[in-house]
Unconditional design. Sequence first.
Length: 155
Amino acid sequence: MVTRLGRDGESRIRPGVADRLRGRQNPFVVNFAIKVVANAIAIWVATLIVPGVGVSDEPAGNTAVTLLIVGALFGVVNALIKPVVKVLSLPFYILTLGLFAFVVNAAMLKIVEWLSGNLGIGFEAGPFFWSTLGAAVVVTLVGMVLNVLLPDRKD
């Protein structure tokens, strides 16, 4: 811990260290955790509603942990790959008045399925295009509701 004395003789601590000492969490980490939980809940709802979409408890021995891992993968894929796909498919977004977002989300679910398969995580986004598209619709709608209920922290 680095302390500095101010002009008035009081000790001053760097802001990052002071925040950690006071028990404040990094808003980025808290927001990421909220997004992971929201993604996990949305994927869980999709497994309940859409036939062919499922999560097994293979790697962790617990379905909830597997859902959290898949939710984290979905968040990373949405953060890194989805913006590029959205820019490249902008004409389709305009042509379909935004409904192409469901197809893009279905593609993101298929990428997560591929990644989870390579990592040994039991996630199935659906055996057929329509089930994956249905899962994307459910994940999008549940995610929208959860983002309203669980807003990002600003501080």
